[in-house]
Every structure is written in C-alpha cells, then in structure tokens.
Design a protein around this ligand. Structure first.
Ligand SMILES: Nc1ncnc2c1ncn2[C@@H]1O[C@H](COP(=O)(O)OP(=O)(O)O)[C@@H](O)[C@H]1O
Ligand SMILES: [Mg+2]
Length: 358
C-alpha cells in the first residue's frame, strides 16, 4: 500500500508567508486525486513538498509507512510534470522520452512499444526527431508528460499539465489521462485551477483556499454539498447562486418569500444557495415559487442561462432550455427545488445542515 499522507503540513517561505497551512490529506493508493483552487492558494507548493523539491516547514509527509520529510526527491519514486517542464535541450523528443528507460536498462523492444504507445496517445509521432527548441509550448508540455508516463513510479505528480494546450487538445487529453489512469492504476495527483478538469477527471477533489483545505470529496459530493460559500462559488459554471435571507422561528425568508425550515442555525441572517439547474420555470412538486423579472437570456448552444431579478432585487442565474425566448423585463415565476437549497452561515461562510419544506 503506497498511500500518500500529509499530516498537519505547513509551508512558510522565507519572508514569512504561509503558503500551505496545516494541511491534512490522505491520497489512496491508485487514486486519481485533484488539487483544485485559485492561483496562489498553495497547490504547487503542496505538490512540490510531496515531490521533495520544497522543504516542509512543519508536519509530516508519509508515503506508505515511511516518513519522507527528509528523503531526497530521487529516492521518493515519484514522476512529476511541472509547469516549467524541464526538457534536455540538446536531445530530440525521442531522446528526451527514452532517456529514463535507457538509464534503467529497459530492453530495446519494450522501449519501442512503450514509446509508440505514449507518442500515439500524446500525438507526438511527427515530432520525434525535433529538439525542444523547435516545439511550441503545448508540444513541449506533452513531451514532459510523455516522459513522466514512460516511468513506472509509485505516483504521478502533475502540476497544471494541460494548461498550455488549446481547448480541443485539452479536452482530448483529459479523456486520455483518465483512460491511462484506468489502465496503469497508479496514483495521480493532478493540480489545476480549472474546475472542469477537476470535475471530469478526479475520483476525489481537494479544494484549497488560501493555503488551507476547504473540502475533500467526490466531484458530485463537492458540487452538491459544498462545505462553504467559497467551494459553492468556485465550482459550477455559472457558480452556485447565493442569496441573502433570514432565519426566524423555523421560517426561512428571502426575496419576499417564506418557507418552513429545520436548520441547525440560530435566528438571524443566513445565506441561501442553489445551483442554476435547481430552479425551473414551471411548477413542480417540492419546489418553492418565487416571483421574478427577466434580466437577460444568454444562449450557450446546448442550453441557456436566464438571469432573473427577484422581488428584492437580488439576481440569480438559471439554466434553461436553449429555445427559451423571454424578453428582458418579462414577469416570470421561478420554482426552486427545496431539496437542493443549501444554507450557509454568513459569518463563518460554512454550510449549515437544513431541511426545507416547500
Ligand atoms: N519560492 C517562493 N517564495 C516565496 N513565496 C512563494 C514561493 N513560491 C510560491 N510562493 C507564494 O506561496 C503562495 C502559494 O503559491 P503556489 O503554491 O505557487 O500556489 P498555486 O500553485 O496554487 O498557484 C503564493 O502566495 C505564492 O506567491
Ligand atoms: Mg501553481
């Protein structure tokens, strides 16, 4: 079992900035694990500490049963691809890709078949005889990824490996990485700021905010039950709608509507959250009706986003059919799925367990 475990891991850079703050994480053996968060939240620092490229300021790192804090990067048996993919400039793509296998004495035939497999997957066939200087950023990134994939490590550490690729190739590579993971069954720790990458590829996502873990869970768990308003708005496109409301004597009031609620929160202001797809334009059982006015309908192709203004002026996004045609200013009724409504404490931003009756 080569579980990777961070216990209370902290990184303070010289100069005093705490980039990673008491992080506890256990990555299961063979898991596709994604570290997700905005730029500067400490993802790369976390990954670099696991790789051994950055000293750990506090806490412990374990790979399997072994404490690794002071172990040399080359003795950790990890393959990594970082944002600044260091390739050997004097070697061709072929040379860069086969370098490690030659060093380890992999038989020539095996080298050839594995090289063919990885270059095929990454679309690098036409570039095998080129040097890194003759490649685009995206091509270099694929070579770096290919080089890591040609190793046989305990885990792959990937830092934004798809960030330099165009949208089409990125979507294709997401699928390829998932397939590859299924085939080799090795642990992958994938860092990204792109929530779509995280949602589509991860078995579990760890969302980081400001050096801390905001939430760890399966993609749909994080999406449906965000632990706080940061996670609620960092995931989803458009993100979860957040509205201001109040809790009083078992009643939830917002946008000039009231509904009975059981919530583990004291009376006072509360934040109400729901996803754009959890509000519809036609009445349904268990849905809470609200009056609203159309602000705009933005067509996305497969569907559309209706921006609506509620009676108290708060605006919400709803996911509606692509053929929805409503003029700005039209009066509409909006029906919220009461089972999907979420409440958050505005002071702590944390989710509040609740049950709402429509
Ligand atoms: N070598 C460094 N020295 C000082 N501060 C750093 C260094 N590397 C990163 N930081 C700071 O640590 C924080 C986390 O950075 P990083 O881990 O690169 O975030 P992310 O990968 O999520 O964008 C940022 O505020 C960044 O400016
Ligand atoms: Mg980074």
């Amino acid at each position: 079992m080569t579980e990777i475990r961070l216990a209370n891991v902290t990184k303070t850079y010289p100069g005093g900035q705490t980039a990673v703050d008491k992080v506890d994480l256990t990555i299961k053996d063979g898991e596709f694990f994604v570290l997700l968060g905005p730029s500067g939240c400490g993802k790369s620092t976390t990954l670099r500490m696991i790789a051994g490229l950055e000293p750990i300021s506090g806490g412990d790192l374990f790979i399997g049963d072994r404490r690794m804090n002071e172990v040399d990067p080359k003795d950790r048996d990890l393959a990594f691809v970082f944002q600044n993919y260091a390739l050997f400039p004097h070697l061709t793509v072929r040379g860069n890709l086969t370098f490690g296998m030659r060093l380890r004495g992999v038989p020539a035939e095996t080298q050839q078949s594995r090289l063919a497999e990885v270059t095929g997957m990454l679309g690098l066939g036409p570039y095998l005889e080129r040097k890194p200087g003759q490649l685009s950023g995206g091509q270099r990134q694929r070579v770096a990824l290919g080089r890591a994939l040609l190793r046989d490590p305990v885990a792959f550490l990937l830092d934004e490996p798809l960030s330099n690729l165009d949208a089409k190739l990125r979507a294709q590579m997401r699928t390829e990485l998932v397939k590859l993971h299924r085939r080799v069954g090795r642990t992958i720790i994938h860092v990204t700021h792109d929530q779509i990458e995280a949602m589509t590829m991860a078995e579990r996502i760890c969302i980081m905010n400001n050096g801390k873990v905001a939430q760890i869970g399966a993609p749909m768990e994080v999406y449906r039950n965000p632990a706080d308003t940061f996670v609620a708005t960092f995931t989803g496109s458009p993100p979860m709608n957040l509205l201001e409301g109040r809790l009083d004597n078992g009643m939830l009031t917002f946008a000039q509507t009231s509904a009975p609620v059981q919530a583990a929160a004291p009376a006072g202001p509360v934040t109400i959250g729901f996803r754009p797809e959890d509000a519809v334009l036609a009445p349904r059982p268990g849905h809470l009706p609200l009056q609203a006015t159309v602000v705009a309908v933005e067509t996305l192709g497969a569907d559309a986003i209706l921006v609506a203004s509620l009676q108290d002026g708060q605006e919400v996004n709803m996911r509606v059919g692509a053929d929805t045609s409503l003029p700005a200013g039209a009066a509409i009724s909006v029906y919220l799925d009461s089972e999907r409504l979420r409440l958050f404490d505005p002071k702590t931003t944390l989710a509040v367990p609740c049950r709402l009756a429509a």
